[in-house]
Design a protein around this ligand. Structure first.
Ligand code: GTP
Length: 313
């Protein structure tokens, strides 16, 4: 397979990294930048979060130089949420600044570290308009949407995560990869009721609803949850790739999914670097990992199968 650069030099590939506050976006950008650099990809990270002061990665473009959240809150007498909405509208109104900054980095692979406020991706249009302008400047981007994996351990929260993910996918209108982040902490707040692939593949949600109905508190919300599950399943768009940033095999899974989504082609050199890196890490005959492998590493005791769960009901 040949590299992408020669074939389409004016195209610039990359990822917009989105997700709720604390889901791991900045950590992901740093880890992905290091990982891709090892593979030989020339990567730059763009901080798109006006509240992100001094990000922990070498930052090629920093939106806080254009608009800083603290200044907006003070000057406009706004709280943090209103301030962030205003800041992104300000960026949208000053896109020539961003265009000039990005031009300085020509033919690189771009990681955009975006703010975490959920309504930016489900309601407000500024961020979506910024993304569509990036496409007009020949960026081929995938949205990488991180959500904390420990929500899987709580069926009600998982349904809410599914709703947010679906809503974000429909609103942002980019090729989309949903990630369950912090897999190493997935069972930090409770055990999973089902195998991991039930959550990553978003299998038949009626099992989740039945599991939820066993909790007296949620009994009265059964019909609401049923309708929400119906919407999610009717669209049939949401699925997840599991990730722990310290786990190279799960980083490869994510990278494969993202490259598929935005159309980036692995070059030969990159493929060789990947083989060398992974054979040093896990032995020469490594294979790209599956969800089952991730489950074995991070889910302490295997959850019940759907069939076992139904036997209990
Ligand atoms: N154990 C573990 N911790 C992680 C992982 N990814 C992120 N974290 C931790 O999660 C916390 C939040 O990560 P950030 O990268 O700051 O999250 P963010 O989404 O950028 O947060 P905001 O900028 O507030 O929106 C930090 O303490 C990270 O160290 C992971 O894969 N495993």
């Amino acid at each position: 397979m040949s590299g992408h650069a020669g074939a389409a030099s004016s195209l610039r590939f990359g990822q917009v990294v989105i997700g709720p506050p604390g889901s791991g976006k900045t950590t992901y950008c740093r880890a992905m930048q290091e990982f891709l650099t090892q593979l030989g990809r020339k990567v730059v990270v763009v901080n798109m979060d006006p509240a992100n002061e001094g990000p922990p990665y070498p930052c090629a473009v920093d939106i806080a130089e254009l608009v800083a959240l603290d200044d907006v809150m003070e000057g406009m007498k706004l709280g943090p949420n209103g301030g962030l909405l205003y800041s992104m509208e300000y960026v949208e109104a000053n896109l020539d600044w961003l265009e000039n900054k990005l031009k300085e980095h020509g033919d690189c692979y771009f990681l955009f570290d975006c703010p975490g406020q959920v309504e930016l991706y489900t309601h407000q249009t500024s961020v979506k308009n910024i993304f569509s302008q990036l496409a007009k400047w020949n960026f081929r981007l995938a949205a990488v949407h991180l959500v904390d994996s420990h929500f899987c351990a709580d069926p009600a929260k998982f349904i809410s995560v599914l709703c947010t993910s679906l809503s974000t996918m429909l609103h942002v209108e980019l090729p989309h990869v949903n990630i369950l982040s912090k897999m190493d902490l997935i069972e930090q707040y409770g055990k999973l009721a089902f195998n991991l692939d039930f959550y990553t593949e978003v299998m038949d949600l009626t099992y989740l609803l039945d599991h939820l109905a066993a909790d007296p508190f949620f009994k009265k919300f059964h019909r609401l949850n049923e309708k929400l599950a119906e919407v999610i399943q009717d669209y049939s768009l949401v699925s997840f790739v599991p990730l722990s940033v310290k786990d190279k095999e799960s980083m490869i899974q994510v990278l494969r999914a993202v490259d598929n989504a935005n159309g980036y082609c692995f070059g030969d050199l990159e493929e060789r670097n990947l083989q060398a890196m992974m054979s040093a890490a896990v032995g020469a005959d490594f294979q790209f990992d599956s969800t089952l492998g991730v489950q074995e590493r991070y889910v302490e005791t295997r959850g019940k199968t759907v069939e076992e769960e139904m036997m209990d009901l």
